[in-house]
Write a protein that binds this ligand. Structure first.
Ligand code: SAH
Length: 397
């Protein structure tokens, strides 16, 4: 008999809403001796069953729910069903003739808490972030091998979240094939090189695909500042759509170098691109001192808010770069501004950007409210899944 986790009466609401996380404080009692990652039956004190989840003894999120109700067992067939559903969802939203890089499995929102799988050409890059996903990894891998014969699978289970789960960091090939230094993918028929071993996330910011595409429509003949450029994703789209000039700024020399290769790979003229290795905050200030002006500015910073306690400090960071950008924009110019911090809620982010515009004496309007692409869906029972927020804003004066 599997171990059981009994939920406190006053904490049942979240489970009734099918939220997949059970915090340690919601648990009244644990029956049996579940090991890390093992599947436990979750029920109320009165005996009614909520479903089954993965036990995680060291995490504040003590259980992550695999199933709700009593119908499903957590076995190989369960993994097959969930993976099939995830594949079907992507089939309708990704045109594989144009794009072969996308998120295949997006954790909680695909009903597989703690599991990320990204599809890059003929590679799958997998990240397990929870004890439960680690525990089921053999089943997950055999399903992926069956669904994607001939693919190579690489593991990047290195996220800091794993330490909260008491899990070691792990990376490496899962079927003997070592990835080359860079692999080539296509996104909307543009070509990109990806470092799946050392690159950020699993190698690429797949979540920005639609927003990069949206930039294309604003790029013709424009002078564009691409701040936090990583491997020049936005720059490749902009130049491909006729931008006059793009300046990429990033702290990472390595990312800028891959960016240069990406521009070459798409036969985009090197003369139209300037790359600056440095700190965006400092660069924006020195552009301001030089009275430089731009038609379009992209701000796609890393997570400034890592935890709730960083919200104030992170907010100051967002406000600074947005204020400086409003100052650097020409009248009529466009700001593509993003926050990928899950703890920064959309309404607060909008307020920060509004304050930044006020301080810069800019009159501005939101043209588009943006988020992550549809291959990063957000389950309705898991609002935390929406982490990327962005706006296209036009400065009027
Ligand atoms: N827009 C990119 C993704 C940006 S990720 C894309 O579409 O692919 C954020 C980037 O910011 C990373 O490449 C990181 O190296 C860089 N970065 C972080 N802090 C920085 C800073 N203070 N100044 C400049 N770059 C920074």
């Amino acid at each position: 008999m599997s171990a059981e986790v009994i939920i406190k009466k006053e904490r049942e609401k979240s489970l009734n809403n099918h939220h997949p996380w059970i915090f340690s404080g919601s648990i009244a009692e644990i029956k049996g001796d579940p090991q890390a990652g093992q599947t436990v039956l979750v029920r109320s004190g009165e005996g009614s069953v909520f479903g089954q989840g993965a036990f995680s003894p060291s995490s504040q999120i003590r259980v992550r729910m695999w199933t709700f109700g009593v119908e499903e067992d957590v076995d190989a067939k369960f993994i097959t069903r969930r993976v099939n559903t995830a594949i079907r969802l992507r089939r309708n939203i990704i045109d594989v003739k144009k794009t072969n890089a996308f998120r295949l499995i997006n954790g909680e929102s695909d009903g597989l808490p703690g599991l990320i799988v990204d599809h890059y050409a003929s590679w799958l890059v997998i990240q397990t972030l929870s004890a439960g996903a680690d525990y089921l990894l053999p089943l997950i891998l055999s399903e992926l091998r069956a669904q994607f014969p001939g693919y190579a699978i690489y593991e990047r289970s290195e996220s800091a979240v794993r330490s909260k789960e008491g899990l070691p960091l792990r990376k490496g090939s899962l079927n003997g094939k070592e990835p080359p230094e860079l692999i080539e993918i296509k996104e909307n028929n543009l070509r990109f090189l990806i470092d799946i071993k050392e690159g950020h996330k699993t190698g690429f910011y797949l979540d920005q695909r639609d927003n990069r595409q949206l930039l294309s429509g604003f790029a013709r003949d424009k002078e564009i500042l691409n701040a936090f450029s990583y491997t020049a994703g936005f720059a490749v789209y902009a130049l491909n759509s006729g931008a006059r000039r793009v300046i990429n700024i990033d702290a990472s020399e390595n990312a800028l170098q891959i960016g240069r290769k990406n521009l070459e790979l798409n036969a985009l003229s090197g003369d139209k691109v300037q790359q600056i290795q440095g700190d965006v905050f400092e660069q924006l200030r020195s552009f301001q001192a030089e009275k430089r002006r731009f038609d379009v500015i992209i701000l796609d910073p890393p997570k400034f808010v890592q935890a709730v306690r960083d919200i104030r400090k992170g907010s100051r960071g967002y406000k600074d770069i947005n204020r400086l950008s409003f100052e650097l924009l020409k009248p009529g110019g466009y700001l593509f501004t993003f926050s990928c911090s899950g703890h920064m809620k959309a309404d607060l982010f909008q307020k920060i950007v509004a304050d930044a515009a006020l301080d810069a004496r800019a009159k501005a309007v939101i043209l588009y409210s943006l988020s992550q692409g549809a291959d990063h869906p957000v389950a309705l029972n898991f609002p935390e899944g929406k982490y990327l927020k962005g706006f296209v804003i036009q400065k009027l004066n």
